[in-house]
Design a protein around this ligand. Structure first.
Ligand SMILES: [Zn+2]
Length: 166
């Protein structure tokens, strides 16, 4: 989960080092171990990979159950189905973590827009509204907002980016 910050149409210059390691912002003290060597990194909780893996695990599927199949399952499961509560629980947890990390960035940069890429783009229809609602109504923002501009398609699905556009 790589990130970028764009200020006045220019990428934030972090010098010789890559910087903007948004995925490795710690959101849980002594949390899950990350492959960067730290614990509690944002991407361990709020990357699409984490979401899909958590969902597969909770539903009893292995990694051969594709993202496409997961999306279809989320869309076609209604309240009467046994899986409904499981899906809602995993989704809620994911949205809470994603919103927490994004709120940290919003509070620092007060961006005009936030861009999210990666496979979030495919899941936009089942995640984006919940993400916005979480950000706007859960007392996460230092400066409360009525609206939040989250762009998905712009960055495409290859980028794997969460960026803040100022
Ligand atoms: Zn990490």
């Amino acid at each position: 989960m790589a990130g970028a910050v764009i200020i006045n149409n220019e990428l934030l210059d972090t010098g010789d080092l890559p910087g903007c390691e948004i995925g490795h912002m710690v959101i849980e003290k002594d949390g899950l171990e990350c492959n960067c060597g730290k614990r509690g990194c944002f991407e361990k909780y709020a990357s699409m990979k984490a979401f899909k893996n958590n969902l597969r695990k909770a539903l009893g599927y292995d990694e051969t159950f594709s993202g496409k199949e997961l999306l279809a399952l989320i869309k076609n499961t209604n309240k009467e189905d046994n899986n409904y509560r499981i899906i809602q629980k995993v989704k809620k947890e994911f949205i809470e973590n994603l919103a927490l990390g994004i709120s940290n960035l919003v509070n620092i940069f007060e961006p005009e827009a936030i861009g999210i890429g990666g496979s979030f783009v495919y899941f936009e229809e089942v995640l984006l509204n919940d993400l916005k609602e979480e950000l706007l109504t859960k007392n996460l923002l230092f400066n409360p907002r009525k609206e939040i501009n989250i762009q998905t398609a712009v960055l495409g699905n290859e980028a794997g980016i969460i960026g803040s556009i100022l």
